[in-house]
Design a protein around this ligand. Structure first.
Ligand code: PMP
Length: 387
């Protein structure tokens, strides 16, 4: 059987058109983008074009785009950068319970260092940030609120505009990790009212290792750099620019802007075909999270009575992922699913399928029976989860 890749939320494959743009840049251009000779200027012109492409994708001014190594770094820059320059009396950061580890761990680190107090706002059973709880947590001492646009595990879309409005009233900065949503659904910074937005190349069929923090002028003005040096990227992220990566990110953004809507409809059709195929063949299949407001490419599926890790191993060469992670030798269930109120057992029985640009109907039709066989096999083993 041929390989089927259904883990786009982990990392989406590089679009060959992006690879071509990067290849041209890597082989055809020399020079440091900061140099004032013609070679440097040509590199900077390529960076500036990418800045426009990325800004356009999220409805931001090109000057608001700060290139960096990915969404992990963008999330760190947003929270650490704000905390370092916090005005007196504003020392609290509120994050949602379903944020990516790069937001959760950064907030926790700030808390442990005594640099900011971190509070967590819970989510509803559907996976949405609980706005009533957010209201209760907000106050004049809140520096920043961090709410992701779309969850990587469930695809559930948060009410970012409502959270941003609440943050604005409280005088706090709204940071939105939009890594999974940008390029897949329309995301407009001005319309949502987000002040700082993180995004990453490899979730939108661009290169891994490059991303951006995009901000409004006042929000960027409230940041201190995390990486110090030559003062690149408005002084917020020093280091010689990764021009080929940045060109790749720009090309990926431009393709998403052109093709996003048609792609979303096609991919949602395939995702729904996958889910109905699995439901038709198996009992006790349920989906986690509100399925009416989520990314078009994601399904978080619980196969009751089947350990997800064992299912995923037995599905090979079909690739999907589990939300559990190994911490200090112990396997822990997904904190996202636990925050939504799932029992540990249900979380351990959940597989995430995420599709994308290059997924075909034939692949989905091949993945269904492979998954069904794997679930039946794992369920047929004893209660040890199939191992
Ligand atoms: N935020 C979210 C929501 C993500 O899904 C990811 C990637 N899994 C990241 C941040 C980190 O992105 P990067 O790999 O670019 O550091």
């Amino acid at each position: 059987m041929q390989e089927v890749y259904l883990d786009y939320n982990g990392s989406a494959p590089l679009d060959p058109r992006v690879a071509e743009a990067m290849g041209r840049q890597m082989t055809g251009a020399a020079g440091n983008a900061s140099s004032s000779h013609r070679f440097g200027l040509r590199q900077m012109a390529a960076v500036d074009e990418a800045r426009e492409q990325v800004g356009a994708l999220v409805g931001a001014a090109p000057s608001g785009v700060v290139f960096c190594s990915g969404a992990t770094e963008a999330n760190n820059l947003a929270l650490l950068g704000l905390a370092e320059a916090a005005p007196a009396g504003r020392n609290r950061i509120v994050i949602s319970a379903v944020e990516h580890a790069s937001v959760r761990a950064t907030a926790q680190w700030l808390h442990e260092q005594g640099k900011a107090k971190a509070d967590t706002v819970g989510v509803t059973p559907g996976g949405f940030v609980d706005l009533d709880e957010l209201d209760a947590l907000l106050g004049p001492d809140v520096l920043a609120v961090s709410v992701m646009a779309a969850n990587s595990e469930t695809g559930v879309l948060n009410p970012v505009a409502q959270a941003a409005e609440r943050a604005r009233v409280a005088g706090a900065v709204l940071h939105c990790d939009a890594t999974q949503m940008v390029g897949r659904l329309p995301f407009d910074m001005a319309a949502t009212g987000a002040d700082l937005v993180s995004l990453s190349g490899h979730k939108m069929c661009g290169p891994t290792g490059v991303g951006a923090l995009v901000g409004t002028r006042p929000a960027l003005g409230r940041l201190r750099p995390v990486v110090h040096g030559g003062g690149h990227e408005r002084g917020l992220r020093s280091g010689s620019l990764n021009v080929a990566g940045i060109v790749g990110l720009g090309a990926a953004a431009a393709i998403c802007a052109d093709e996003r809507d048609a792609e979303a409809a096609r991919v949602a059709g395939l995702r729904d075909r996958l889910v109905s195929g699995l439901r038709a063949a198996l009992d006790e299949v349920s989906e986690n999270g509100d399925t009416t407001r989520r990314l078009p490419n994601t399904a978080s599926i619980r196969f009751a009575g089947a350990d997800a890790e064992a299912v995923v191993c037995n599905m090979d060469p079909v690739a999907a992922s589990v939300g559990s992670a190994c911490h200090s030798g112990a396997i822990e269930p997904s904190p996202v699913l636990l925050a939504m109120g799932l029992a540990r057992e249900a979380a351990f029985e959940t597989v995430r399928f995420s599709l994308g640009r290059f997924t075909t109907k034939a692949e989905v039709d091949a993945a269904i029976p492979r998954t069904v066989t794997a679930v039946r096999y794992v369920r047929s083993m004893d209660g040890s989860g199939g191992w």
